[in-house]
Design a protein around this ligand. Structure first.
Ligand SMILES: [Zn+2]
Length: 201
């Protein structure tokens, strides 16, 4: 029965290859950790009366609603204007298996001409998720696509699951700040992140 052992071996190798090669296999998740950046005494960026921490929470809540409607478990690292340390955010995320982590932020820069959306990642799976989100985010909210970038933010390096940090727009740019402060912009950004998550899945 030498041939049967051979067939079995081919089958085992094929299954192992499928497990490694199929993105659907590795990208499955049952929980999304939604991390609204900053909060409480940490306002984040603060320009023209607009607080980044408030915008982050608005988008995070919109994203939570979309995911729950789809029946996907969500965990919010904060759901009000409170301070949560970066270490606590990482610890919350690392409690869950088969999860993905999405940190929501808005950007700022001394050069107030700069605007656009960008998504950061650290690990290879984060890169795939960042790509799926970023390609939808910038065109949908109608801003410059600053692409995906690898950066060692604490919440990206410390989390064990695929993790991204989304910068939805620049509140230091007067025009973009006005748009970011609208519910339309926040809901559209949340929808783009949601669709990116679904495509990744
Ligand atoms: Zn921020």
């Amino acid at each position: 029965m030498q041939w049967l052992a051979g067939v079995r071996m081919i089958f085992v190798v094929a299954m192992a290859w499928l497990a490694l090669a199929s993105p659907a296999w590795s990208a499955r998740f049952s929980t999304v950790i939604i991390d609204a950046g900053h909060g409480g005494r940490d306002k984040g960026a603060f320009w023209g009366g607009v607080r980044e921490s408030s915008l982050n929470l608005a988008v995070a809540r919109d994203l939570e609603l979309l995911l729950r409607r789809r029946g996907i478990n969500t965990v919010m690292t904060r759901r009000s204007d409170v301070f949560v340390s970066l270490g606590s955010r990482v610890a919350i995320a690392n409690r869950y298996r088969s999860a993905v982590f999405v940190s929501v932020h808005f950007n700022a820069c001394r050069d107030t001409r700069i605007k656009g959306a960008e998504t950061f990642y650290w690990g290879p799976s984060g890169r795939v998720l960042a790509t799926a989100i970023q390609r939808r985010l910038a065109p949908r909210v109608g801003t410059i696509n600053r692409g995906i970038r690898r950066h060692g933010f604490t919440v990206l390096v410390g989390t064990r699951c695929p993790a991204v940090l989304v910068e939805c727009g620049f509140i230091s740019n007067p025009g973009e700040r006005g748009r970011c402060a609208t519910r339309w912009y926040q809901q559209t950004a949340a929808r783009a992140i949601y669709d990116g998550l679904m495509a990744y899945r």
